[in-house]
Design a protein around this ligand. Structure first.
Ligand code: ATP
Ligand code: MG
Ligand code: FE
Length: 344
């Protein structure tokens, strides 16, 4: 099926078009520059930017794909989770298109879409697959029976998300926003073993009770304390080394727990998705550890890891192919949609 997907859960206005598992267009407009000076996404600013970008982004996606809107078989939109006002813009646009074109509409979960996007690159998912979902607002380990079915959560962060930790540490190191790509870049010039920062929830007792959970807030505090001490001592802060050491602590825990989740659940396939999956060190260490453990690793190319419309279209196309009924046209923008709900 030819499916158009709309994403507006945060600061990216994304419109993607797929034919089955073939990506035809992935148009994105970002309001990131408007949020940079605030050091975080400002919801009202994001909503207004989505309103302004929606029609031009739709037009660009159709032009890139070489298709007309009336040729589309179905529409998909991120129903949640995300910023309420931002989600509403995409959901309203998708409903208007579905009504005007007389085409079915699928309201889908943004997190499930971060997983489903991988089919565009690596084809159908082995069943079941373990998924490490690491983004700006979420960090979870999941068992995925099939991209259109309800996932089983194995664990999640008990405080900050991995991407949030990257953003906060980037800020305290004086790097740009959002921090992930800046830390990634700075870390390439640094030594990941320069400081041994704490690996959250990795002590023996935590590896019983919380073995598939994450904690990054203690790590962020440890980095802040280390930097403060350095400044008190009148010493320069070795930004690249601190960035690399922080990044190493995050990806060490993520990959170790993801491999363990595969082993304990008898699964030999791991997928990593969400914005943090774009991290070069996470990709390299995951590859190394999965190879050693005999696990097949799937990570979409970086551009498909961060928010985009193609991931929504990809999940929509899987829904159509699986014969799922479309969503009702009064489907909500659900800012706190649980990770287990695939479709609204
Ligand atoms: P969610 O998916 O939880 O709703 P989101 O949609 O805001 O959150 P994504 O676009 O999926 O977030 O991911 C954005 C996050 O990914 C940011 O925190 C950003 O810093 C992080 N990120 C992006 N690229 C990298 C990278 N190369 N290394 C580490 N983190 C990265
Ligand atoms: Mg973003
Ligand atoms: Fe996201």
């Amino acid at each position: 099926p030819l499916v158009l997907g709309i994403e507006t859960s945060c600061d990216e206005t994304g419109v993607g078009i797929v034919r089955g598992r073939t990506l035809l267009a992935d148009a994105i407009a970002s309001s990131v520059d408007q949020h940079a000076r605030f050091g975080g996404v400002v919801p009202e600013v994001a909503s207004r930017a989505h309103l302004e970008a929606m029609v031009p982004t739709l037009e660009r996606a159709c032009a890139d794909a070489g298709v007309r809107l009336d040729e589309v078989d179905a529409l998909a939109v991120t129903s949640g989770p995300g910023l309420a006002g931002a989600l509403m813009v995409g959901v309203a646009a998708a409903k208007a298109l579905a009504l005007a074109l007389g085409k079915p509409l699928y309201g889908v979960n943004h997190l499930a879409a971060h997983v489903a996007v991988d089919v565009l690159e690596h084809g159908p998912l082995p069943t079941p697959t373990a998924a490490l979902l690491v983004s700006g607002g979420h960090s979870s380990l999941l068992l995925v029976p099939d991209v259109t079915a309800e996932v089983t959560p194995l664990g999640s962060t008990i405080d900050d998300a991995a991407g949030e930790a990257f953003d906060k540490v980037a800020r305290l190191l004086g790097l740009g926003f959002p921090g992930g790509p800046y830390v990634d870049r700075a870390a390439k010039e640094g030594d990941g073993a320069y400081v041994t920062f704490p690996r959250g929830l990795s002590a023996p007792h935590d590896m019983r009770e919380h073995r598939f959970d994450f904690s990054f807030s203690g790590l962020k505090t440890a980095v802040a304390r280390w930097v403060e001490q350095r400044e008190r001592d009148g010493q320069p802060v070795p930004v690249a080394d601190v960035a690399a050491s922080f990044q190493e602590a995050v990806v060490d825990v993520l990959t170790r727990k993801a491999v363990l989740a595969c082993q304990e659940n008898g699964v030999d396939s791991l997928l990593i998705g969400g914005g943090v999956a774009a991290n070069s060190r996470l990709r390299a260490l995951a590859e190394e550890r999965c190879t050693a453990a005999g696990i097949r690793l799937r990570v979409p190319r970086p551009k498909l890891c961060t928010d985009n419309g193609a991931m929504v279209a990809a999940l929509g196309a899987e829904m159509v192919a699986a014969g799922r009924a479309p969503s009702a046209l009064d489907l909500p923008a659900d800012s706190s949609m649980p990770v287990t709900t695939v479709q609204a």
